[in-house]
Ligand binder design. Structure first.
Ligand code: TUI
Length: 311
């Protein structure tokens, strides 16, 4: 399936893997790229040298294009932004803020820049700043989110900008792909489905929690602090939401979440840890290779789209 995004990125299928903190390391990114999608390394809060190593290891595992996601709340974001240029990374996506100040450096280096946005205003700003495409991410997504759903956000962003738009948030299978395509997306980005991939290094406890989740098992913490984060309900979210309701201070809430994504992803603490996942977790029932996932999604989507988008 050819779209503006497969052409722009030189990839086979219009499927991008989200740049998830701790989860999106080189093995997952390389597996997605080798399967014909675009794999991303999530720089999250890692120091630049670690991200550099990850990019180098990814290049050893694939000769296909891959990218790096830069989380703009990262205090090391400036250094990571320079590092991607030094390493010749071809694609950069950004999250949780505006990458405007890096844009000229990246464009001069020939990097394809794809900011993740959660609003029409931000999408327009990114187009003006020179972005090659944007990911319109709805609040169904796991992790740090905006406040508009994918169904409402995606077509409004598509109408507001001339650059290609990638849909994200709540997409987990071929039906979701086809729906996003119908709303004008040139590709989709998925996170939660890839969390449970065979090639994902995520702890088995975390994968099991995603596979067992139902449609109503996620919560949004941090609405009061300005950093809303969607994750699966557990002891941590119950305590967090209770404290938040009681009007707890920012620092008291921070104590509950600091370092706890790592505890969940790496150590498998799904009780006190932060188990970031999207609302689509309820749809994700099996662990497969990235190749199987991508082929299954594309086969289903192409059948639906070839049939006027009806099941
Ligand atoms: O960035 C994400 N998802 C993330 S980042 C992350 S790490 C983290 N952990 C705890 C607290 C905060 C972050 C986990 N998941 N998705 C992309 C995304 N970007 N979603 C929403 C946005 C966004 C929000 C505001 C993009 C731009 C924006 O602009 C605000 C501004 O600067 O004007």
């Amino acid at each position: 399936m050819k779209t503006k995004i497969t052409e722009l990125l030189g990839i086979e299928y219009p499927i991008i893997q989200g740049g998830m903190a701790w989860v999106a390391e080189h093995k997952l990114a390389a597996a997605v790229s080798n399967a014909g999608g675009l794999g991303l390394i999530g720089a999250a809060s890692a120091p630049p040298e670690i991200v550099r190593e990850e990019a180098r290891k990814c290049r050893e595992l694939t000769d296909k294009p891959f990218g790096v996601n830069i989380m703009l709340l990262n205090p090391n974001a400036d250094e990571v932004a320079k590092m991607v240029v030094e390493e010749g990374v071809k694609v950069v996506t950004t999250g949780a803020g505006s990458p405007s100040k890096y844009m000229s450096m990246w464009k001069e280096a020939g990097v394809v820049v794809i900011p993740v946005v959660a609003s029409v205003a931000m999408a327009k700003m990114m187009e003006r700043a020179g972005a090659d495409a944007v990911v319109a991410e709805g609040m169904e997504s796991g992790g740090h989110i905006g406040s508009t759903t994918t169904m409402a956000l995606l077509p409004q962003v598509v109408d507001a900008v001339s650059i290609p738009v990638i849909g994200a948030g709540g997409i987990g299978d071929g039906r979701g792909f086809a729906a996003a395509y119908m709303l004008g997306a040139e590709a989709v980005q998925m996170g939660t489905r890839f969390v449970v991939a065979n090639e994902s290094i995520v702890h088995e406890n975390y994968k099991n929690k995603v596979v067992k989740a139902s449609d109503v098992d996620s919560e949004v913490t941090g609405l009061s602090t300005g950093h809303p984060v969607r994750c699966l309900r557990n002891k941590m979210t119950r305590e967090y939401l209770k404290l938040e309701k009681e009007g707890a201070e920012f620092m008291e809430l921070e104590k509950l979440t600091l370092g706890t994504l790592r505890n969940a992803v790496i150590d498998g603490d799904v009780v006190n840890g932060t188990v970031m996942a999207g609302q689509i977790a309820g749809l994700i029932k099996k662990q497969q290779s990235c190749k199987e996932m991508i082929e299954e999604i594309m086969t289903e989507a192409e059948a639906l789209l070839g049939n006027g988008g009806r099941r």
